[in-house]
Design a protein around this ligand. Structure first.
Ligand SMILES: [Zn+2]
Length: 228
């Protein structure tokens, strides 16, 4: 450990984003207790699972996987709060890395050409300083070596999806996303990356937007967490 790291830790002690305890030497991002207890969502089949069934009526999505179960009553919800609202872009990249390693064991990365983050509005991106979905994708890229390409954009400033439920959420997501696929990215196998999947409205709309821009694309989805 360098002197600079020592000084940084002395002045700004690192805490576990889940339980808030001080991190001990050797603990990386999460304390050992919280790291062991990560609520993994175990995908048995990347070709047939609840995530895919959530989007099948919205768009042609080939495969789906996820890393963690999402439950906003669980202390692990602090991970999502951290990457979305507390500027923890490093945490997002780290979670993306862990998620990618898990997906590697499922054979999810075979034939994939690129990672495509779900976009934020320009205003939200500016306010937050980063797009958490892009940071997750960058962490995944560290494991897979795949490029991160921003092919989708968010066109309208509508209500954040997290404040809406059911049908309202689906309607709100429709038409928000547009994609443009340059020639070099046509006919590719693309994985859309997001932080949370609940109804599948956002990922379904993004997949539809990509298919409208390039009907020859093979599209898969990878939310970090799934509320199912
Ligand atoms: Zn902890």
């Amino acid at each position: 450990m360098s002197l600079l790291t020592d000084l940084k830790e002395l002045l700004l002690p690192r805490t576990c984003p889940v339980c808030g305890k001080l991190l001990m030497a050797g603990e990386d991002v999460l304390c050992a207790f919280c790291a062991i207890g990560l609520p993994r969502y175990r995908i048995m089949d990347i070709n047939d699972n609840p995530l895919l069934r959530m989007v099948w009526d919205k768009a042609d999505v080939r495969q789906a996987t996820t890393f963690l179960s999402y439950n906003h009553h669980s202390p692990y919800h602090n991970l999502i709060i951290g990457i979305k609202f507390h500027g923890k872009s490093d945490l997002a990249a780290k979670l993306g890395k862990w998620a990618a390693l898990e997906a590697e064991r499922q054979g999810f990365w075979e034939g994939v050409d690129a990672l495509v983050p779900v976009p934020l509005t320009r205003w939200r991106r500016w306010k937050r300083g980063y797009n958490q979905a892009e940071m997750l994708a960058r962490g995944m890229s560290e494991v897979t070596g795949l490029p991160v390409v921003n092919l989708i954009r968010r066109t309208k400033n509508r209500k954040p999806q997290s404040r809406l439920k059911g049908e309202a959420r689906r309607k709100n997501a429709e038409g928000i996303y547009q994609a443009s696929v340059p020639d070099e990215w046509r006919g590719k196998h693309l994985v859309i990356v997001d932080d949370v999947m609940t109804t599948g409205a956002t990922l379904g709309s993004c997949a539809l937007a990509l298919h409208c821009a390039d009907e020859t694309a093979t599209i898969c989805i990878f939310p970090l967490t799934y509320a199912g």
